[in-house]
Structure formats: C-alpha cells, structure tokens
Design a protein around this ligand. Structure first.
Ligand SMILES: Nc1nc2c(ncn2[C@@H]2O[C@H](COP(=O)(O)OP(=O)(O)OP(=O)(O)O)[C@@H](O)[C@H]2O)c(=O)[nH]1
Ligand SMILES: [Mg+2]
Length: 302
C-alpha cells in the first residue's frame, strides 16, 4: 500500500527553495492536517521561521521538525518481567479501533518474539457473541488458549477465570480483550473502571498494564478518547493501530505530549505480524518519511 507521507508534502512545499510567509503557513496547515495538534504545529513552525532567518535549507528544516516531534514522544517497552509469576495486559478503547486484532497480534508477539511461555487470551468483550468468536478464531489460528464464558458473561469474571487458570497451569501472560465503548458514554467507561477495580484484587499491580488502542485514522477524536479513558482508569501504554492506512497519525505526538501516555506498539496491517515496537524513529520515519523519497512503501520491511 502506498501513501503520500508528510515528508513528500513538505518536500514539495520546499521545492521552490524560497522560504517565505506563505510557505510557513502551509507547513503549519500540513502539520495540523496530520493531527499533530495546533499548539505543537505552531511551535514547530516558530522553529522553522527562526531558521528561515538564517536561510535554512530543506534538510535543516526536516531535522528541526523531526527533533521537535521526537522530543514530544514517549515510547515504552512492554514486556512481562522475567521474575513475574503472572502478567495481565488489559486491552481497551472505543469501538472498532483494532482491540481484538491487537490482542491476537500481542499474543503472537510475546510468544514468538519474546519467548514468553504460556500466553493466554481472555474474551472480555462479552457484549456480542461474534466478539467472543472472533477471539476464539484468532486463538485457533495461532494455537493460543482462549478463556471465554460466552456472550453476556461478566467480563471481570472471564478475566478472573483466565488469571486463575493461568496460575494453576503455570502460564505467564494473560491478554484480555474488552468491549469497545464510546469514550463519551460515562456508564460504559464506568463499567471499565469496575473491571479494573475487580482485576486489581487478583493481580500484582506491578504486573498489570492497561493498554489503549488508538485508531490512527480517527484523527483528533483519538485525543479525546485517550483523555477520557486515561481519566477513568489510567492508561499505562497505547498502541497506534492502522498506521498503514493513513498518512496522518500525528495524534500520537499530541497524546504523548499532553497526556504523558507512552506508546508501546504500532499496528501496521491486518496480519498477526503487523505489529512493530514503537520508537520515535520508526514512527517518524513513517510519518515524515525520507525527504529524498516521495512515497512511503508500506509493503517494504520495517
Ligand atoms: N489496516 C489495518 N487494519 C487493522 C489494524 N488493526 C486492526 N485492523 C482492522 O480493523 C478492523 C477492526 O478491528 P478489531 O480488532 O475487530 O477492532 P475492535 O476494536 O476489536 O472492534 P470492536 O470489538 O467492535 O470494538 C478489522 O477489520 C481489523 O482487521 C491495523 O493495524 N491495520
Ligand atoms: Mg473487538
């Protein structure tokens, strides 16, 4: 899949060579369109303007841009501690962001790439029968055990069951899916807080993380989602999903900078292996791209 990256747009902006007021305004617009957020966009542009005074060239401008964005990004490595008997990752977010797919990707990643012995999936989205089935299907394809109690079961009970059975089997990581819920629905977000409260009694908080999945194609709305979930339950880390499907994705900078939520992974496709560990470099390479190439090829190895 090809997309026109920010870098290509910025490159064409500077192709005339002359750095004037119109160009600076255009740069600000491009950054805002990429969901970097108006405040940070203004800061970056102020940097560029300062450089323009001493006739900066294109590569210097890209450097300033990359540096400013990098400074705003927090990355986190999420891995079960080697000495932890059991770790729980609770995956949450609004509807359709990529939670269930991310649960499956995480299960594969921890088993195959981190060598975690005993990874279990918990079907904590009990709102729809199809949601349970979706996770069960992933489990079958991956050869990973899925704990489920069917539709309408209490999600906290499903996760409890997963933790208890994992303990007795000596398994080390439970990844729990949850139902998608609108961030604006306080009752639904409240239910999540309840799950969190119940679960906290069963697992050592040092080995329990809440991971929010943000859909990079939803734009500015992703910021409000993160803000409200963070207020309600405290988000430990985020996954920026569907990063392959947009030339935007600047929302991660805003979320990281304003809310202090670190990013752990990037979702870069629908396949199980389409999960990259988040780093400012990987993220910005894809967002801004290489000034020398006009397109980012998502099929290329990361
Ligand atoms: N291109 C692309 N598609 C993705 C990615 N992650 C998830 N998807 C797709 O997004 C759609 C929704 O994914 P789900 O995992 O079902 O999302 P969800 O958050 O569990 O949805 P609900 O349970 O309905 O709230 C599916 O078609 C996935 O294949 C990604 O990183 N890239
Ligand atoms: Mg789901």
């Amino acid at each position: 899949m090809k997309r026109i990256g920010l870098g290509a747009r910025i490159r064409s902006l500077f192709s005339g060579g002359k750095i004037d007021e119109a160009l600076i305004e255009n740069l600000e617009d491009i950054l805002i369109e990429a969901d970097v957020g108006s405040r940070l966009a203004a800061e970056i542009v102020a940097d560029v303007e300062a450089m323009a005074g001493r006739s900066a060239d294109r590569s210097e401008i890209l450097q300033a841009l990359t540096r400013r964005m990098s400074e705003s990004l927090h990355a986190i490595t999420l891995e079960p501690a080697p000495d932890a008997p059991l770790t729980l990752y609770l995956v949450l977010g609004v509807n359709g962001t990529g939670k269930t797919t991310s649960c499956a990707k995480l299960a594969r990643y921890y088993r195959d790439e981190c060598g975690v012995n005993g990874v279990v999936l918990a079907a904590g989205d009990t709102f729809r029968a199809a949601a349970v089935q979706q996770l069960v299907t992933h489990g079958e394809r991956l050869g990973i055990r899925v704990v489920q109690q069917g539709q309408n079961a209490d999600p906290a009970a499903v996760i409890f069951d997963a933790l208890e059975s994992a303990k007795s089997r000596g398994e080390r990581l439970v990844i729990a899916d949850t139902a998608g819920r609108m961030h604006t629905r306080t009752d639904l977000v409240g239910q999540l807080a309840k799950i969190d409260k119940v679960v906290r009694r069963q697992i050592d908080p040092a080995h329990y993380r809440k991971i929010m999945v943000i859909d990079s194609t939803t734009g500015q709305n992703g910021f409000q989602q993160a803000e409200l979930f963070h207020e309600a339950v405290g988000v430990d880390a985020a996954i920026l999903a569907k990063y392959d499907s947009t030339a935007k994705g600047g929302i991660a900078v805003q979320i990281s900078r304003s809310l202090g939520i670190p990013f752990a992974f990037l979702g870069t496709g629908e396949g199980y292996e389409h999960l990259l560990r988040f780093s400012a470099e990987t993220y910005l390479n894809r967002l801004i791209g290489d000034m020398e190439s006009s397109e980012i090829d998502d099929d290329a190895p990361a």
